[in-house]
Design a binder for this molecule. Structure first.
Ligand code: HEC
Length: 172
């Protein structure tokens, strides 16, 4: 009995302590203050698991993901709807300096292209990713077709030359 009372009292103390810490403003929401390494690890692991599970909700991928016209349409969309500002691209892509102020740092899409399935890419782009700064392009009005074309582009990024990127994203 006494043990149970101690456990109960500890639980209440921890609850009160956490409430004071979070609601009293002690938790630091600053983007420029690094998280402790275990928190960063936990957030990245939870993010990857969540994307992998929810990607099952993505509609079936169209058959034309490596069709050159789709990849080119995706390159153009990538450069015009905002991705390039945060995720960058080849050396002279229209990247924005402010993206260095984001935590976590926007993912290198050449790496993502190899480690994510098309459904995972589609789901992350359409839904956005909480607590990261990655916007929901579905909420922002992008159509599923447009998002699939961006997936086609991202999947082809590792093999894409700088010259192709430049030509495909140029104003028609
Ligand atoms: C305002 C900045 C910003 C913009 C604009 C943006 N992203 Fe992101 N994106 C992020 C950040 C930050 C992350 C989280 C970093 C991570 O997952 O490693 C992220 C994550 C991702 C991921 C990885 C999700 C995962 O599986 O972990 C993909 C894929 C992605 N973005 C693609 C895109 C594409 C394509 C666009 C344009 C349609 C875009 N992003 C626009 C900031 C941005």
């Amino acid at each position: 009995m006494r043990l149970l009372a101690i456990v109960g009292a500890l639980a209440i103390l921890i609850g009160v302590g956490a409430a004071v810490f979070f609601f009293g403003g002690f938790f630091d929401v600053a983007e420029n203050v690094a998280n402790p390494a275990p928190i960063d690890w936990a957030l990245a692991t939870v993010r990857a698991a969540s994307v992998a599970r929810h990607a099952a909700e993505a509609p079936p991928a169209p058959a034309n993901l490596s069709d050159p016209a789709t990849v080119k349409a995706g390159a153009r969309a990538y450069a015009t709807i905002g991705c390039v500002h945060c995720h960058g691209g080849p050396p002279d892509a229209d990247w924005s300096k402010f993206s260095e102020g984001l935590m976590p740092i926007p993912a290198d899409l050449k790496v993502m292209a190899k480690t994510r399935t098309p459904a995972e890419l589609f789901w992350a782009i359409r839904s956005g990713v909480k607590f990261t700064g990655m916007p929901s392009f579905g909420l922002a009005g992008a159509s599923d077709d447009q998002i699939w074309s961006i997936v086609a582009f991202v999947k082809n990024l590792p093999a894409m030359s700088d010259a192709d990127y430049k030509a495909w994203t140029a104003t028609p």
